[in-house]
Design a protein around this ligand. Structure first.
Ligand code: SF4
Length: 346
């Protein structure tokens, strides 16, 4: 059956026309789905009984079940959702002074194989549909009784390996009649799939592009991120520069610092050289320790030195606040541990 949350407003209008209904009903349905966050068609009380029955026959509401929930001391919540086909995905809710942010997954598993990521080793099952991406946000809002103001595509999966569904989801998230979250409050993070960077530059969207960079030489980056063998640093940086030239938007570069791996002064110097003159920001991430992972978090002293060197040399850099470090914070960890016998906990 079709998932009603897979449809943009215009696409839903077309669907309604196809079943002999007036297109303006789509706006009423959007209000129930995204502002009221209802969980059954019977709650759409301004629609006729006849239309509600038609919707039930045509569509599903795709309501996720919570398999497990972990709450950190800092308020971060990590959800493991049953996506209704036997698979499970993770979604993280983070609380900041400016509001709530949700980190969504875009795929069930990931093909990219980044060595520092807990998703590596989980078998890739499939990409999520737009509606499944959206339902992560709605399910968290329902459970936590909150309204989210920021969305980041940094959960399990490579968003650019599921480009069309991710972009469709962003249009629903951004639609004033949908989730009504401004595009500037939506970030997509990629491991560096170069052709999609060019594609995104041509979309009429103001969302933020984040690049998982993590290393400053091809040798080091390829050892951490196999995607670098396909799209080496020269191609990646050219695509980023072209993206900035075309959109005039700042790129955020993610750099996870691992002890004795990519956190010394030579790395910082090369990073400055790589990013000099670019409209960008560097997000330094104290690497999350993962089970069986070979990377260890850099020392606080090194992280601060690294940041200061970048800032002193004209590259704006900040250290990402560590959230959820007492729960399975790295993406993929919760799913890995709980593929069997999942239960909800507070
Ligand atoms: S870091 Fe992102 S792209 Fe790399 S394996 Fe993990 S989920 Fe995939």
């Amino acid at each position: 059956m079709k998932n009603i949350k897979d449809y943009t407003l215009q696409a839903l209008k077309n669907e309604l026309i196809n079943i002999g209904e007036k297109p303006y009903r789509a706006e009423q349905i959007f209000k129930w789905l995204y502002q009221e966050n209802i969980t059954s068609f019977d709650e759409m009380t301004n629609l006729s009984l006849d239309l509600r029955e038609k919707l039930k026959k045509e569509f599903t509401l795709c309501k996720f079940n919570i398999l497990k929930k972990q709450k950190s001391k800092d308020g971060t919540k990590k959800y493991l959702f049953d996506v209704l086909d036997g698979n499970a995905i993770e979604t993280v809710l983070m609380s900041y002074h400016h509001g709530y942010s949700i980190c969504v997954s875009s795929q069930i598993g990931c093909k990219m194989g980044c060595k520092f990521c807990a998703s590596t080793g989980i078998q890739f099952a499939r990409s999520l549909t737009s509606g499944e991406i959206i339902e992560q946000i709605l399910a968290v809002e329902r459970d936590s009784n909150i309204k989210v103001s920021n969305i980041v595509f940094m959960g399990i999966g490579e968003p650019f390996d599921n480009y069309d569904n991710v972009l469709n989801a962003i249009r629903i998230i951004n639609d004033p009649k949908g989730l009504n979250i401004g595009a500037r409050h939506i970030s997509i993070s990629t491991s560096g799939i170069v052709p999609r960077i060019y594609d995104l530059a041509n979309e009429d969207l103001q969302c933020t592009l984040s690049i998982s960079l993590h290393a400053t030489t091809n040798e080091k980056r390829s050892s951490m991120m196999p995607i670098n063998n396909k799209y080496p640093l020269e191609e990646l940086m050219k695509a980023c520069k072209d993206y900035i030239a075309k959109t005039n938007k700042r790129i955020s570069f993610e750099y996870a610092l691992a002890k004795d791996n990519n956190d010394n002064l030579e790395d910082a110097k090369r990073l400055v050289k790589l990013l000099k003159g670019m409209l960008c920001h560097v997000n330094l991430i104290p690497i999350n320790k993962i089970e069986n992972g070979s990377f260890v978090k850099s020392t606080n002293e090194n992280i601060i030195k690294f940041r200061d060197y970048l800032n002193d040399n004209g590259i704006v850099a900040t250290i990402r606040r560590e959230l959820g470090s007492d729960i399975d914070a790295a993406c993929g960890q919760l799913r890995k541990k709980n593929l069997k016998n999942c239960k909800e906990e507070e």
